[in-house]
Design a protein around this ligand. Structure first.
Ligand code: NDP
Length: 287
């Protein structure tokens, strides 16, 4: 019987603990952690993500501010807002919701956010620290995957982890964290050959591709732990539903443990954003 890795439950307990840690931090420092979330434009999915992030931040006991800018915002206007947040001592974490409208440069904004307030962990300084194995602010989705893996498997040392996807926000930081946890790590991507055979060698298989149900049951080693990062909206029978990058029904016949979509990696990502915000506040206040 496969074990379901319940991201909702794990994230709820992470947020509960975080609220306790936050109360203690506030009592010791008299500072309330502040998270500023910036949303440019009207993308419906981004609006939902931002709403959830602000809601969770408030539940964790943070001051949370939402900054909405219109779709046609120019680079100078967005840069000015980020610079203002950088120099605001009540803001400890800044998140600019991606993707940005096409006229705006994501790399420019990511570089502009003060590294100590970069709760997404995307600033080059934080990316470098992650590669060197000493990062404090770690990209939220891979951090959430690691928490779930440690709760499921305990020590990850020596396990063969295969990461499908090499994006800067998921695949690459995921591989770096698995390496840091002493896994043997293989990354596969759209130019890799014989992906199925490589996946079949995985004790830990992380799918971050963005292709609905690409990973089939026959790609998975019996007993493997499967983490499905993918969130894909598909139409079936006239209804829209979310599926992952893993064919859940097939793979759960083979895997030892698996995350569902929705209710797996997604809730963990938001919980880890809150963890990063408290970490950022701690570092800035030095409690
Ligand atoms: P990207 O599109 O940035 O990256 C996808 C990666 O998959 C690329 O490295 C690409 O390879 C690789 N890829 C594409 N097609 C194939 C293929 N046929 N075989 C092997 N590799 C392939 O996506 P993200 O990393 O941003 O996101 C991945 C998924 O995770 C999406 O569904 C996204 O919605 C979801 N997501 C979920 C989050 C959560 O909180 N649960 C957070 C972030 C993302 P190449 O580099 O060669 O192009």
């Amino acid at each position: 019987m496969t074990r379901l890795i319940d991201g909702k439950k794990i994230s709820a307990s992470e947020v509960e603990q975080l609220a306790v840690d936050t109360r203690q931090f506030i009592a010791e420092s008299s500072v309330t952690p502040g998270l500023a979330v910036v949303l440019v434009g009207d993308d419906p999915a981004s609006q939902v993500y931002v709403r959830n992030k602000v809601k969770q931040a408030t539940a964790a006991g943070f001051n949370s501010t939402e900054h909405r800018l219109p779709e046609e915002t120019g680079q100078a206007q967005l840069n000015a807002l980020v610079e203002q947040l950088n120099s605001d001592p009540s803001v400890h974490g800044i998140l600019v919701q991606l993707p940005l409208p096409a006229q705006l440069s994501e790399p420019e904004i990511i570089r502009l956010i003060a590294p100590e307030k970069d709760v997404d962990g995307f600033h080059p300084q934080n990316v470098g620290a992650l590669a060197a194995g000493n990062a404090e602010l770690i990209p939220c989705t891979p951090m959430g995957c690691m928490i779930m893996l440690r709760q499921t498997l305990g020590d990850l040392s020596g396990k063969h982890a295969v990461v499908v996807g090499r994006s800067n926000i998921v695949g690459k930081p995921m591989a770096a964290l698995l390496l840091q946890a002493n896994c043997t790590v293989t990354i596969v991507h759209s130019r890799s050959q014989d992906i199925e055979a490589i996946c079949r060698q995985a004790d830990i298989l992380v799918a971050a591709v963005g292709r609905p149900e690409m990973i089939r049951g026959s790609w998975v080693k019996p007993g493997a732990t499967v983490i499905d990062v993918g969130i894909n909206a598909v139409e079936s029978g006239g209804r829209r539903r979310l599926v992952g990058d893993v064919a859940f029904n097939e793979v759960s016949e083979v895997a030892g443990a698996i995350t569902p979509v929705p209710g797996g990696v997604g809730p963990m990502t938001i919980a880890c954003l809150m963890k990063n915000t408290l970490t950022a506040a701690r570092q800035q206040i030095s409690v």
